[in-house]
Ligand binder design. Structure first.
Ligand SMILES: NC(=O)c1ccc[n+]([C@@H]2O[C@H](COP(=O)([O-])OP(=O)(O)OC[C@H]3O[C@@H](n4cnc5c(N)ncnc54)[C@H](OP(=O)(O)O)[C@@H]3O)[C@@H](O)[C@H]2O)c1
Length: 237
């Protein structure tokens, strides 16, 4: 099942929607009358399935682990012919030990975080971008911690590096697609209480994600690459 058929509502392909910010984004887009194709990594039931059950066909679920190129290829085949208004890759991970410096990080952990947050995200963008209709928006979840200019304290070094790498790869993507006319968004959502953000984060999902979704919707008419926060403000590179 997909949202291939002609419809009045706009459509988003939202990658990484099982829980946390991605799940909340799915709910907020549905509230705005969008149709959501959301991906989950595992086979089993997730909170996105609970949302889908209450949304009368507005949420469709696909399976994708962004670190598995074969799964990206399978999804590309499954969704061929779809034309989304927006592709947003939210999926991401953090280092298990946020306190370790980069040189203390094991090779395995470095590769896991970089593969998920930078390479996996960019593979999804590169391989699924043609499913976004001309002029449609492509966005990825970055982080304020990906800002090199704002890094005055260090900390969260593996994670910071992976989001800075993601920003750099999106700049390369944008440079290769000058003239496409698409809005390309790197979103820094703020520090929000989720499993990844932790309980100390100052903001709740409820007070942040509806505004983040409003901001993405408002960005649709402006082509070009931007690194922005959830209010639409520019984040320094
Ligand atoms: N929370 C914050 O304060 C904050 C701040 C800045 C940026 N961010 C970014 O926002 C995004 C969402 O974070 P969150 O706080 O909602 O984290 P979260 O609660 O840990 O959720 C992470 C999401 O990413 C998915 N995911 C992880 N690895 C994946 C993979 N290999 N393939 C597909 N999906 C995968 C997870 O799926 P599963 O359920 O299968 O694990 C889950 O849906 C991340 O990119 C994160 O870096 C968060």
């Amino acid at each position: 099942m997909d949202h291939r058929s002609e419809q009045l509502s706009p459509t988003i392909l939202l990658v990484g929607a099982s829980r946390g910010l991605g799940l909340a984004m799915a709910g907020a887009f549905v509230k705005k009358n969008w149709h959501v194709t959301g991906t989950v990594r595992e086979d089993g039931r997730t909170e996105l399935h609970n949302l889908a059950d209450t949304c009368h066909g507005k949420v469709i679920i696909q399976q994708l682990d962004i670190t598995e190129p074969d799964q990206i290829a399978d999804l590309r085949t499954k969704l061929s012919g779809c034309a989304y208004n927006m592709l947003f890759v939210n999926a991401g991970t953090a280092n298990r030990d946020q306190a370790e410096t980069i040189a203390e990080t094991s090779t395995e952990e470095f590769v896991r975080v970089m593969l998920t947050n930078a390479l996996g995200v960019m593979r999804v963008v590169e391989h699924l971008q043609h499913l976004v209709r001309p002029g449609g928006l492509i966005g990825v979840m970055s982080s304020g911690q990906g800002s090199i200019a704002s890094n005055e304290k260090g900390g969260h070094e593996g994670y910071r590096g992976s989001k800075a790498a993601l920003n750099q790869y999106m700049r390369s993507y944008a440079a290769r697609h000058v003239g496409d006319g698409r809005p390309l968004i790197l979103m820094a959502p703020g520090w929000i209480r989720t499993e990844l953000g932790g309980p100390e984060a100052p903001f709740s999902i409820e007070e942040t994600i509806p505004e983040l979704v409003e901001t993405l919707i408002a960005q649709q008419s402006t082509p070009g690459l931007r690194f922005i926060d959830r209010h639409g403000g520019t984040v320094p590179w």
